[in-house]
Structures are given as C-alpha cells and as structure tokens.
Design a protein around this ligand. Sequence first.
Ligand code: 6PG
Length: 236
Amino acid sequence: MLSPAADTRWISLADENALVAAACRRILRAADEAIAARGRFLLVLTGGQTPKAVYRQMAEIDADWAAWHFYFGDERCLPADHPDRNSRLACETWLDRVPVPKQQIHVIPAELGAVQAAARYQASLQDVADFDLVLMGLGEDGHTASLFPGQDWGLSVAAPTTLAVFDSPKPPSERVSLSGARLGRSREMLFMVTGQGKRDAVARWRAGEPLPAAAIRPPSGVDVLITPPLAETASI
Ligand code: 6PG
C-alpha cells in the first residue's frame, strides 16, 4: 500500500463548470510564473475527454502564446488525423485556435508505431528541462496517461523518458506514454477528475492503493480537481 500522500491535495469544485474555471486559472497562473521566471512555459496535455471543456475555454483566452510549449502525456497509436488521437482533440479544441508557433507543439508521432514513436519522442525531449505543469486524467481503473495497473509505470530513476505500451486495456492497445519518472519531473501536476465512473478509482486512491495515478509524486505534490459526488468518496 502507498501511504496516502500528504502531498496529494483534493480540491472539490461545485460542478464541472467550476472545475473548468479552476483548471484554466491554474494553467494561466503556472504560465505567468514560468514565463516571468524562464521566458517560456512547458505544459504537458492529458488525453481523454475530461479536458475537452478546459481546452475549449483556454482557446478563448488571450495569452502570451509565443512562449508556450506543448507536450503530450501520452498518445494512441492511430493515424495522425484519427478522431481518437489525443493530439487531434487538443488541436481541434485549442491549439489550432491560438497563435502558438507550430514548432512549439510537440506531438508524439504515434502513427509510426509505439517503439519508433517512443524513441523519437524521447529524443525530442532529451534537452527539455523539467515541465512547468503536467495535466493528468484518471481512468476508471486508476490509470493515468498510458500507465496501467499491472504494467511498467517507469517510475525508477533509471526509467526511460518514454514507454512503448502494447497491451493497454483502454483501446487502442498500442500507445506511447511518458514514463512516471518523466511525468513527475514537473513543478506542478494537476489532475482533473469528473464523473461517477471514477468513484472507485478515487476511493482506491484515497485508501492508499498502489495505482498509477497515485504513484507519480512530483516534488511539489499533486492537486486533484474533482466534482461531487466524487468529493463524498474522497471525503472532502
Ligand atoms: C488516454 C488518456 C487517459 C485518460 C483517462 C481518462 O489517452 O486515454 O491519456 O489517461 O486521461 O483514461 O479519460 P477520460 O477523461 O476520457 O475519462
């Protein structure tokens, strides 16, 4: 069992609209701090459907987009224009709608297959410093990114930056993921969790079960935005 990490902060919002607003505030605050301190903002996007409303809202905001650099926590091994690609969701809802320099959007070339894409993505990250903010989702089995229970989460210090995943229980089976170690190299980490389907995963996380989402421990801890009724499950 993992000790319930004191550095996991559960933040309950009134509803999904409030969660979207809170997530956007957090992203913009992290961006302001990073750009003021280092002249650029290194943000890792999560896949899945939960962040869709956040990405749409972010596209409406006037930010210093020339200083933003986008990465992906994971990608599905599908054609680049496939509707289920995480990169397609992010581009359609946000990145194609703001003036971010295209070379600052670091899409995982997952259409090449997991091994080649993981190698290319790893090479592209070789000289990239710690991320400023990593956005994360939570699967119903406690997975995050493409790190699934019973598989290698890449948490050791010797772990590679990227993992080729071949037996994902969430389709498609073939994916590329940042390793848990590389995801954890971030100043901040923000989970966005909504929906009844996540109740069991939240309860198990709170109970200290060794789930992928619970195992990634960036130095400054993790913030988890949730909405009722998950808040009751998380007893917060
Ligand atoms: C993916 C995601 C995955 C996702 C969770 C939650 O590629 O599927 O990276 O980790 O964040 O499965 O997905 P939902 O937000 O759709 O519930």
